[in-house]
Design a protein around this ligand. Structure first.
Ligand code: PEP
Ligand code: MG
Length: 940
């Protein structure tokens, strides 16, 4: 029976045509997360597949948006009407009455948007309690302590969320009472204590707001709904959406879930817990989670008491454990995805309170993808689509050196894997300040709360002294892929004095510590890290990716280290070796400078002859590491003045050298003047600042620098990036390209002789016209003939062109007459298409363009599909018209980004080439591009 007095309906007829804002769990569309939010949709779906969910209803995200848009900021009448109807239905279903003192219906009110944003918005529990229903609850449960506990929790939560009172106002009297009574845990408080605290809390509400705590249960419900709606625009939620790039397209507004309360804190036959259907840290297929007997859900997540691992439930409540295992199996079987679920056991009945797709780190995502595919729960394609390629980046970061002998000073739970070092900070605001100051920090807290979120963003890792693997700190850190050690009980955090005690050691803010979220260890100081290892699961998934993808993944690499890494990560060749990086190494630069300063062709050739064996060695290393995969070597690209110091620097150096010269001369003069005041025998022992020949050395340095200065002035260009560089340089100084070509051919011939199968691809930068290709190709053919004769072996190279300027795209058909392959240099092609210099653009106006949506993305990071991409598409089409087998790839920075990779697949490129660490990301992205090609075409 309901005791609810429905308020008079204003304009009931008008409301008949009103949109539907409210859906019962029995009727809501479980697939419509945009309308019902993720949590609401899942509650509907679980209800409809027969899982035991406490009954309730969802208020749609549309209602939230309408409310937030309204000027009055009042809930529409139609919505209130519909809520009343749903409450009536709940009353019927449960046999309880909302506000009925003898048999009260209590509700939880929770937020839930289309995308899960853990802890980002507000929740209210035990709604419906007031001074009249409370005695009823005591009488009904026969558990006075339970009832007062529920009441004081409700006043605090409602006071905070719906009335804007700071937690601290409630914490003060609560902590004072605990101190007075000498108790540590809430559970040690008696009914009498909780009654006293409830009364104090009511006073807090009155004094903080000037209003009494609302007694009318409908008033409570309306305020709660509004508070949840408003939380969508709260700072935490807005920050979270910004950080994770959640656009209105993905989630707009929050739904409100109103659900019958069930209690895990009615006695020792009650419990509450949270679980993952598999371990979200490792991916292992085991029951995972924690529970607390006689507690409410928030206690587990907030880390107020340290909960028990779920397997202990098998001993504590064997029947409930069996049912929990069945629930977990049912959830995975239905959702085909790892679930993060919450449950409550109320007097021997198991209820599932919510479920959502589990957030996990990349290790777990990879392992669960592989295992779920092998178990037949999902297909291989689904397994590959389940992983965001960028997530793999987490696996490619260093971990603590396993040989480190450092002993941990404390241990907690391994809550989110990975290792991090940094200075201790005790609150989120300081973490942010320190990060802005360029420091690495570890956020150290007793426990974390949603309002600490900015501290997570700023910190390298998080350490808490309380809470379990499903505490707020653990869940949030895992979602971000940041290391976290939780519940390190050996550490006592004293935020007030900004210190932490670990045994006898006192840690101060600013002290450096290292945490290992993989095993829960905490160390003093910074510990060395070692490179990551590829797991077998990841290898298998990437092999599946390669089997599906059309695109090959090559790597940009110009050192043996980078090539080795690329090879380990599965690169199918080198797509770009920038030879200028080889010129810059310390042992070569003086030779390169000699070559630049040479006054005649003969002198230049002589200088280049010194460089040739070094280049040959470089190329041999790369060929061997990559054998039998192709290695694409780009001939020298930058303007040669880049190898010389700047004019200003040279002028300063010459100035210093001249002063040094005066000093050296002065020392010699000093010897003469000393003779006037000392005996000759004394002068013998005076130290000489320069040995014999010092002056000549300084003189020759001055001469060389002056020569360099003349050359720098001679080479000066107003726009060097648009000037004397690339193939134009190779044509004006043919001996430079000839040396490089010979070094490549000789390296290939020598490798062949040593039994390596090598495939050099020679590539020209900055090509504008066919004649440039022909010019250099002649040199290549000539050198090939000479080297093949000398080594008596074939060299078998391929000759190709970078496509970096707009004219090259327009003349692609002609270029393909001579080039066997094209490689889009989209760094330069983007500059030349936009007429932006990258450096100026990124420093001066691109951020503003992005902020104001003038450009959606930075085109130097994400390929500008509509402009640069269009040019590429034309070049591919025209190039292949001339030469159908033309191999085409991309080697600009955008080549490693999943969005750009989708486009490269779409226009039929053969390969993408990216930096070595991005190779695994690109491999997976290439498979996804293939799997989603139809969707992509539809999107374009
Ligand atoms: C490019 O322009 O995209 C390219 C790969 O060459 P670089 O970055 O060396 O100019
Ligand atoms: Mg370039």
């Amino acid at each position: 029976m309901s005791v609810t007095e429905l308020p008079p309906k204003s304009g009931a007829e008008a409301n008949e045509n009103a949109p539907c804002f409210v859906y019962s769990f029995k009727d809501g569309d479980g697939k419509n997360k945009k309308l019902l939010g993720g949590k609401g949709a899942n509650l509907c779906e679980m209800t409809q597949i027969g899982i035991n969910v406490p009954p309730g209803f969802v208020i749609s995200t549309q209602a939230c948006l309408d409310y937030l848009d309204s000027e009055s900021k009042e809930l529409p009448d139609a919505l209130i009407d519909q809520v009343h109807k749903q409450i009536e239905a709940l009353e019927q279903e449960t046999g309880k009455g909302f506000g009925d003192p003898d048999n009260m219906l209590l509700l939880s009110v929770r937020s839930g948007s289309a995308l899960s944003m853990p802890g980002m918005m507000d929740t209210i529990l035990n709604l419906g309690l007031n001074s009249k229903t409370l005695p009823g609850l005591i009488a009904q449960t026969g558990n006075e302590r339970f009832a007062w506990d529920a009441y004081r929790r409700f006043i605090q939560l409602f006071g905070k969320v719906a009335m804007g009172i700071a937690d601290a106002e409630f914490d003060k009297p609560f902590d004072a009472m605990k101190k007075r009574l000498g108790v540590k845990l809430d559970i040690e408080l008696s009914a009498e204590n909780l009654k006293e605290i409830s009364e104090l809390y009511l006073e807090v509400v009155h004094s903080e707001t000037g209003r009494p705590f609302p007694e009318d249960v409908f008033e409570q419900l309306k305020l709660a709904i509004k508070a949840v709606f408003n939380s969508w625009l709260g700072k935490r939620a807005v920050d979270y959406r910004r950080e994770f790039n959640i656009t209105p397209d993905m989630a707009n507004g929050t739904a409100v879930n109103v659900q019958t309360m069930v209690f895990g804190n009615m006695g020792d036959d009650c419990a509450t817990g949270v679980g993952f259907t598999r371990n979200p840290g490792t991916g292992e297929n085991v029951m995972f989670g924690e529970y607390l007997i006689n507690a409410q859900g928030e206690d587990v997540v907030a880390g107020i008491r340290t909960p028990h691992p779920v397997h202990e439930l098998a001993k504590d409540m064997p029947q409930m454990y069996k049912e929990l295992v069945a629930l977990r199996d049912r959830l995975e079987e239905h959702y085909h995805e790892v679930q993060d679920y919450e449950y409550t056991i109320e007097k021997g009945v198991l209820y599932c309170l919510q479920t959502r797709n589990g957030k996990m780190n990349a290790t777990a995502r990879v392992r669960t993808s592989l295992e779920m595919a092998n178990e037949g729960l999902i297909s291989r394609d689904e397994a590959l689509l389940r992983i965001d390629p960028e997530e793999l980046d987490q696996l490619l970061h260093p971990r603590l050196d396993p040989d480190s002998r450092e002993l941990p000073v404390a241990q907690g739970l391994p809550a989110s894997p990975g290792a991090a070092s940094g200075s201790i900070v005790f609150d989120a605001d300081r973490a942010e300040l320190a990060r802005d100051d360029g420091q690495k920090v570890i956020l150290v807290r007793e426990e974390t709360k949603p309002e600490d979120i900015h501290g997570f963003f700023a910190a390298q890792g998080v350490l808490t002294s309380r809470g379990g693997k499903t505490s707020h700190a653990a869940v949030v850190a895992r979602g971000m892929g940041k290391p976290c050690v939780a519940g390190a009980e050996g550490i006592e955090v004293d935020v007030e004095h900004r210190i932490a005690h670990v045994g006898d050691t006192v840690l101060h803010e600013g002290d450096v510590i290292t945490i290992d979220g993989g095993n829960g260890n905490v160390y003093l100081g910074e510990i060395e890290t070692v490179p990551p290892v590829f797991s077998d699961e990841l290898r298998t998934l990437l092999r599946w990716s390669d089997e599906i993808a059309d695109l090959k993944i090559m790597s940009n690499a110009d050192t043996i280290e980078a090539a080795t890494l690329a090879s380990d990560y599965g690169a199918m060749g080198i797509g770009l070796c920038r030879t200028e990086r080889m010129f810059n190494a310390q042992d070569r630069l003086p030779l390169v400078i000699d070559m630049i300063l040479a006054q005649s062709r003969e002198d230049r050739v002589e200088a280049l002859e010194h460089l040739r064996p070094i280049q040959r060695g470089d190329f041999k290393d790369l060929f061997k590491v990559m054998s039998p995969r192709p290695v694409t070597i780009r001939l020298l690209d930058p303007p040669i003045h880049e190898f010389l110091p700047s004019e200003r620097q040279l002028e300063q150096e010459i100035d210093h050298l001249k002063r040094l010269r005066e000093t050296v001369c002065g020392v010699d003069d000093l010897m003469g003047s000393m003779q006037l005041i000392r005996r000759k025998s004394d002068l013998k022992d005076l130290p000489k600042p320069f040995g014999p020949g010092g002056l000549e050395l300084v003189d020759s340095a001055i001469a060389k620098k002056q020569q360099m200065l003349i050359k720098v002035r001679e080479l000066f260009e107003v726009n060097p990036m648009l000037g004397h560089r690339g193939v134009r340089l190779g044509i004006t100084y043919p001996e430079i390209y000839e040396m490089q070509i010979r070094a490549i051919m000789e390296a290939a011939a020598e490798c062949r002789r040593e039994g390596f199968d090598v495939h050099p691809d020679i590539m020209l930068p900055q090509v504008c016209t066919l004649k440039e290709l022909l010019w250099v190709h002649n040199i290549v053919d000539k050198v090939e003939g000479e080297v093949e004769a000398e080594y008596n072996t074939d060299v078998n190279y391929r000759f190709g062109s970078m496509i970096e300027v707009v004219r090259a795209c327009m003349r692609a058909g002609r270029l393909a007459e001579n080039a066997e392959f094209f490689s889009f240099g989209t760094n330069d092609l983007t500059q030349s298409s936009f007429s932006f210099s990258r450096e100026d653009a990124e420093n001066k106006f691109l951020p503003l363009y992005e902020e104001n949506d003038i450009l959606q993305d930075n085109p130097f990071e994400t390929l500008d599909v509509k402009g640069v991409g269009r040019l590429m598409q034309i070049a591919v089409e025209w190039g292949r018209k001339t030469r159908p087998e033309l191999k085409v790839g991309i080697c600009g920075e955008q080549g490693g980004h999943p969005e750009s990779i989708r486009f490269c697949h779409h226009i039929g490129l053969d390969y993408v080439s990216c930096s070595a660490p991005r190779v695994p990301i690109a491999r997976l992205a290439a498979a996804q591009a293939k799997l989603l090609e139809k969707e992509y075409e539809a999107e374009l």
